[in-house]
Design a protein around this ligand. Sequence first.
Ligand code: ZN
Length: 312
Amino acid sequence: MKDKEEKIAENFKLIPVKDHKMINRILVIVTIAIVVIVTSSIAGIFVASNMRKKEEEQIAKKQDETVQGENQQGQNADQDNQVEENKPRLPVYSEEAKQNFKNIYVSNNDEKVAYLTFDDGPSKQITPQILEILKNENIKASFFVLGNRVATYPNLVKQEYEEGHYIANHGYSHEYGNVYASSQAVLNEYNITENKIREAIGVPEYSSHIFRFPGGSEGGKYAKIKNEAKSVLEQNDVLYINWNALTNDAVGKPTHESLVQDLKTTSNGKNKIVVLMHDTGSKQLTADTLPEVISYLREQGYIFKNFYDIMK
Ligand SMILES: [Zn+2]
């Protein structure tokens, strides 16, 4: 009996011990499970954050590459623009340009166009003033330069060219006896002046293709030579032009009022005008009156062009 009791007692004792072990095992399992869950969660978060980081890095890298590419393209575009800007503006002599130039006064529509032209320069006194006014008014003009003046003030011709004005040719000496000695002399004066222009603007391939006869292309003592010279010039791809409006700034003793009045009179009723003015050293009045000349022409509805608008 005692044995039995003892056995029961022992069994009784054993039961809580077994329970303890069970509880311990459960605790261990639960702990392990918690550790595993927590660890894998942390690992998961870590992996996920790492992946996100990598993705972000990849996106950033791609963006960098794109930006770099764009910068590269931008640089290329800048270079292209620079090439475009640095490319010399060369008058284009074509059959179409030739016809349009010869028809410069023909009006097929209501458009009013004024070509401002300045002869006999450059001069250090007046040319910079004219250039300043043209720049402020955003007008491109045409300069009929003299070869001997170009040789004296090459930088002013370069400035005219670089500011978008058309450099045309008025011969070298302006001495009628020299220029009109023969038709070949006219061509020689043209060619020497072309070379002076090329040197001044630093563009060896420049050709103006446009000549203005000193004193005009018609009549006078040298009418015969002038007529012969027209053919010689044309054979050498050189066009010539006079004017059909002027301020008379080189005749008599003009005043501010007379310049404006003569422009009004000579441009009256004409849709296409080539205006003759001068930028020699004595023409302070021309520079002083130019703003009023421009505003008058604007009021009359003229737009301003230069010979590049034809020789293209
Ligand atoms: Zn002249």
